[in-house]
Design a protein around this ligand. Sequence first.
Ligand SMILES: [Zn+2]
Length: 86
Amino acid sequence: MTMRLLACERCGQRVLIEKFSAAHTSVQWTGDASRCPVITARGRGMGHQERGCEVLHRTIDRAVREQRVPESRIELPIGDAIPRLH
Ligand SMILES: [Zn+2]
């Protein structure tokens, strides 16, 4: 597990990101996502937090492109070993 702490360039909300492959980066909020003005402006609804904030996504994309986020090599858990996130 190699987590990187990134802050949204716009709202400063911090998230932990972990990159598993070029197509799979996991994002974990360290604070309250509703404090991000972009997410709050979108209103509460299905997936309002999951879709996150575009500025944050751009911040993450750039960090990944600039290779500031090392790729994690993981063994994918199977069956009962799959962690429940919520
Ligand atoms: Zn934001």
